[in-house]
Write a protein that binds this ligand. Structure first.
Ligand code: NOJ
Length: 557
């Protein structure tokens, strides 16, 4: 366990344990050439902004060549930069600029599936059944007299079947390949040694280029058991499997025990470097199974998405925090905290919706909820309180671009401009994730609010103007100012990864103290409450006659 008293003493090898990591969704961050898509040079230009924000690391969502069937999570070539976003030289320049600013770089790696444009997949389509090229993916014969039915009735995550039929090189209807996500994302066969070796090469490729760590996409899906008979989707549902599999590891493709053999090999590669490269698993698994991904013999850290699915509610927050700190102790990793990312409705909007929706708030929009029904003022106030609470917790905090501006979800994007395969594959019944991926407003006016010199690839609403970074630079109480101050204080306040609950202020108040005497108090209730003795160094909203008002967090030392 890290016992550093401040960030300067955090050892090189454990920098990640209490890091504030800022997620950049490259296509929507900053566009340097006016083509409407954010790019690598755009990120480099914003390094001074990132430095002044006070984060420790940047996590870049995929920047690889891609047809963008799933926002870049459909990778054509794992060891290159999308020409739409720049070149490898641009990447090197960005990495150097970040490092010069004292910011680490985490790359997103997508091992479960490639894109259907990857050279391996094209080779598989051009090669016969049973060939080595087909064995890099998951091809099966179909059922029925002519193989016209998929090998199983499983649905893909984005809707529609998880199998797609191909046309064989001789023009006849042929085998089927598995894709847990979109059909443009064929699943790789991790039982194949060549696939494993190629990823080790990719990890070294980026590590040699100065990448400090990796975020591992759907880390729990890589190994599969497709022996016949495959369970039907009804059987899988009856047995209680969700996106997070079974607690005993027996689900055919989520969270199987063998997946950890892969990460043990990855760990050997990470440890070839000094400091060792880090990794964080995106693994939607039962909390009891998260520790295995976070083990120091595996990826080292795993996302905990519990806060991101919770309401703004004291008892939910307390239970989640306590549970995850216990789990972190068990795995030896530090905990991770996330309130927003590129897959969910921004927390400033979630907290302005009726309670009880959690991660399923998209459903609410599907059922007729509109932008007008979101209480954006309340949502923002609560988001600021929740963010301050999160930044006081032991462990690392993952922030999503735009949350430092208090940005709201764009819930009413026109259907014609939506890009998410979730929207497309569900024929629009699922609104998808584009609303949190709208390019950032940097200035209150001008083309695409300073994102670039042209229109942005997803349209920005007029109200984005009020959230512009440049405007918030000038405002003392802005959300940007709050994040900057919180991140700066957090560095100075680094301490042992522990907290002690302080009870007594009622069920609607969460009060904890870190070992160096740093108190964080959040009022989830409706009435102002008193504060512990000491100096208030920061509060998410103004105090009222010395008391902590509703929906507010204060830090006291
Ligand atoms: C998880 C990523 O966060 C999401 O954006 C993506 O669609 C899926 N994995 C598939 O790669």
């Amino acid at each position: 366990m890290s016992t550093a008293a401040d960030s300067n003493q955090v050892s090189a090898a454990t920098w990640w344990r209490q890091a504030a990591v800022y997620q950049i969704y490259p296509r929507s961050f900053s566009d340097s050439n006016g083509d409407g898509l954010g790019d690598i040079k755009g990120i480099t230009a914003k390094v001074p902004y990132l430095k002044s924000l006070g984060i420790d690391a940047v996590w870049l969502s995929p920047f690889y060549p891609s047809a963008l069937a799933d926002g870049g999570y459909d990778v054509d070539d794992y060891r290159n930069v999308d020409p739409k976003l720049g070149t490898l030289e641009d990447f090197d320049e960005m990495a150097s600029a970040l490092h010069a600013a004292g910011i680490k770089l985490i790359a997103d790696i997508v091992p479960n599936h490639s894109s259907d444009r990857h050279e391996w997949f094209r080779e598989a389509l051009a090669s016969p059944k049973g060939s080595a090229a087909r064995d890099r993916y998951i091809f099966r014969d179909g059922k029925g007299p002519n193989g016209e039915f998929p090998p199983s009735d499983w649905d893909s995550v984005f809707g529609g079947p998880a199998w797609e039929r191909i046309t064989e090189p001789d023009g006849t209807p042929g085998q089927w390949y598995m894709h847990i996500f979109a059909k443009e994302q064929p699943d790789l066969n991790w039982a194949n040694r060549e696939v494993r070796d190629d990823f080790l090469k990719t990890l070294r490729f980026w590590s040699d280029r100065g990448v400090d760590g990796f975020r591992v996409d759907v880390a729990h899906a890589l190994t599969k058991d497709l022996t016949e008979p495959m369970l039907s989707k009804v059987e899988l549902t009856l047995e209680g499997a969700g996106f997070d599999g079974f607690e005993d590891g027996s689900h055919p493709f989520w969270d199987r025990d063998e997946v950890h053999e892969i990460y043990a090999e990855w760990r050997e590669v990470f440890n070839e470097y000094d400091p060792p490269r880090t990794a964080v698993a995106e693994a939607w698994v039962h909390a009891s199974r998260r520790a295995r991904y976070a083990s120091s013999e595996g990826l080292g850290q795993a996302f905990n998405f519990d806060l991101l699915q919770a309401d703004f509610d004291a008892s939910q927050f307390r239970r989640i925090i306590a549970e995850n700190l216990t789990l972190a102790e068990e795995s030896g990793a530090s905990s991770t905290w996330v309130l927003s990312n590129h897959d969910v409705v921004r927390h400033a909007t979630r907290y302005g919706l009726p309670n009880g929706l959690g991660r399923h708030c998209l459903q609410w929009f599907r059922e007729g909820g509109t932008a007008k029904d979101v209480n954006t003022e309340l949502g923002l106030r609560r988001a600021r309180a929740a963010s301050l609470l999160m930044l006081a917790l032991p462990g690392s905090a993952y922030l999503y671009q735009g949350e430092e501006l208090g940005l709201q979800e764009v819930v009413d994007l026109p259907a014609a401009s939506r890009q998410d395969p979730w929207f497309v594959r569900s024929n629009g019944t699922d609104v998808g994730r584009d609303g949190c991926r709208v390019p950032l407003p940097w200035t209150s006016e001008g083309s695409s609010f300073g994102f670039g010199a042209g229109a942005s690839h997803l349209p920005q609403p007029e109200w984005f103007s009020a959230y512009a970074a440049a405007t918030q630079e000038e405002q003392t109480g802005s959300t940007l100012a709050l994040y900057r101050k919180a991140l700066r204080l957090r560095r100075n306040l680094h301490t042992e990864e522990q907290l002690k609950w302080v009870d007594g202020a009622g069920a609607a108040v969460l009060h904890f103290v870190r070992p160096n005497g740093w108190h964080s108090v959040t009022n989830f209730g409706t009435e102002p409450v008193g504060l512990p003795a000491g100096t208030v160094i920061l509060s998410s909203s103004a105090l009222v006659e010395g008391k902590l008002p509703a929906d507010t967090t204060a830090w006291i030392i």
